[in-house]
Design a protein around this ligand. Structure first.
Ligand SMILES: Cc1cc2nc3c(=O)[nH]c(=O)nc-3n(C[C@H](O)[C@H](O)[C@H](O)COP(=O)(O)OP(=O)(O)OC[C@H]3O[C@@H](n4cnc5c(N)ncnc54)[C@H](O)[C@@H]3O)c2cc1C
Length: 439
């Protein structure tokens, strides 16, 4: 309930911040005589600019605002709301052109002024940002390069939009309206200062160092780090952080990883990282004493948010076991007595990360484990193939509707498992998933 109330509060703040500047625009003296369509176009333009300003706040990872939803949901919202934002941005000139074709005259090269030009360049930049973000993988754009360009172009598009409003917006001509837009601009600059300067400095002052790197089954490595000169972060099992290794926190070269160690041992953080690309392939070469910076913890994927559940069901695929391992280790350290169930899907036993430790955990916890192997050895007696409703039906207990479910693995697996469990009657609000893929 606490999270729900805070969630509703932040949603209201979001809507308020989008709507407020539009209301201010209509307050007091208005540039009259332009008609409904003209005003509608202006409202959409103002709303889009407010939305753009708030997008920087959405991705600034403010812990208090992110807590009720989880930062991954906020990133997802950012991605989805950007589509509505694009519709607003496109509608703004289209409505003007259709309702007042004379506007096109102002766009002729010899008549266009720099404010209109700023608006057009801003619009083109926004379209480019949207296309490169929605289809980044299809275009083969490397994540780090995409992120640099995304941040730079978004800031440029926003500034150009402000120039456009300043020049053509007689809607902000009165002093109180100028104050509102001045405040929006000031907040935005302060935010930029916070993200690019204050936050990196605070991370720099709280470094960690690597104490151990060890190989795991399934092309994964566990990296253990410990805080240097500070007590470290306090996290809930299942949460994740952004890790910066080999560069400074100013560099924007950070990668999200779930904490795989127990939340009952906060003086050490463990991450279990599967080799995938440039960054993750270098983890095995990290040497002891290497400086590491940790931004976090983030995420709502945690048993500690569902503490009154009679038991937990975990569903892991591949390296999706990492946050689940943190929860299992924590339950074990807490000597939890409830009955838990783990479905762990992978290619074969040799590729199941933490296999030995999981078998060991069965002795410490009331834990049943169902391994589901895609390519098992010939003598394998357990579940085979992919996770199906038959497999869940065979192993879930009668009280399956009362339990809380934590699902982590490849994105298609997560969607499939959510569908199956929902079809089996598990309420949607009992399903908690962690996607290892933001963009
Ligand atoms: C919340 C969360 C928790 C995660 N936990 C784990 C974990 O415990 N163990 C694990 O092995 N992996 C985890 N991942 C995935 C891990 O972050 C990526 O595999 C890693 O960043 C890939 O980097 P790369 O340069 O090696 O690969 P690349 O080939 O460069 O990237 C592969 C894909 O990973 C994603 N990615 C790359 N860099 C970033 C970045 N800086 N930020 C966000 N996404 C990026 C992109 O979708 C990219 O297409 C997690 C991801 C998220 C979002």
């Amino acid at each position: 309930m606490r999270y729900l109330n805070w969630g509703l509060f932040w949603i209201s703040v979001y809507l308020g911040l989008v709507i407020f500047p539009c209301l201010v625009m209509f307050y007091g003296k208005m540039p009259g005589g332009n008609g409904f369509w003209w005003d509608l176009s202006m409202v959409l333009g103002f709303a889009a600019t407010s939305m753009m300003a708030i997008m920087f706040f959405l991705t600034a990872r403010f812990k208090r605002a992110a807590l009720p939803f989880g930062v991954d949901i906020i990133y997802y919202f950012h991605k989805q709301i950007a589509i509505l934002f694009l519709l607003f941005v496109l509608s703004h000139p289209l409505i003007l052109i259709v309702s007042e074709p004379v506007v096109l005259e102002m766009l002729k090269p010899r008549l266009i002024n720099r404010y209109m030009a700023a608006g057009i360049v801003s619009l083109a930049t926004i379209i480019f940002i949207m296309i490169s973000s929605l289809w980044r993988k299809q275009f083969g754009i490397h994540y780090d390069n995409w992120r640099y360009v995304h941040v730079f172009l978004s800031a440029s598009a926003f500034l150009l939009a402000l120039v456009h409003i300043e020049g053509v917006g007689n809607y902000i001509a009165t002093p109180e309206k100028r104050i509102v837009w001045g405040a929006i601009m000031a907040c935005w600059f302060l935010l930029l200062l916070y993200i690019r300067l204050v936050k990196p400095i605070s991370l720099l002052r709280k470094p960690y160092e690597v104490v151990n790197v060890s190989g795991e089954r399934g092309s994964a490595y566990t990296l253990d780090i410990t805080p240097v000169g500070h007590p470290g972060i306090r996290f809930m099992p299942g949460q994740f952080v952004w890790l910066t290794i080999w560069s400074s926190p100013f560099s924007m070269r950070e990668h999200p990883f779930s904490i795989s160690s127990s939340a009952e041992q906060q003086s050490k953080l463990g991450f279990t990282i599967k080799e995938l690309g440039d960054f993750t392939r270098r983890i095995k070469d990290v040497s002891g004493g290497q400086r590491v910076y940790v931004d976090g913890p983030y995420g709502a994927f945690s048993i500690d948010r569902q503490d009154d559940s009679p038991g937990f069901v975990f569903v892991a695929g591949g390296i999706g076991i990492a946050p689940i391992m943190s929860m299992l280790r924590t339950l074990s350290d807490r000597k939890d007595k409830r009955r838990h169930l783990l479905f762990f899907a992978g290619a074969n036993l040799n590729r199941l990360t933490f296999y030995e430790e999981l078998i060991d955990l069965k002795k410490k916890l009331s834990l049943k484990i169902v391994f589901v192997l895609e390519m098992p050895d010939l003598n394998w007696q357990g579940e085979k193939g992919f996770l199906t409703s038959e497999i869940f039906n065979r192993h879930l207990s009668e009280n399956k509707h009362d339990l809380e479910y934590f699902i982590c693995g490849p994105v298609p697996m997560i969607h499939l498992v959510e569908k199956i469990l929902h079809r089996l009657g598990v309420p949607l609000h009992h399903l908690h998933s962690e996607l290892f893929d933001f963009v």
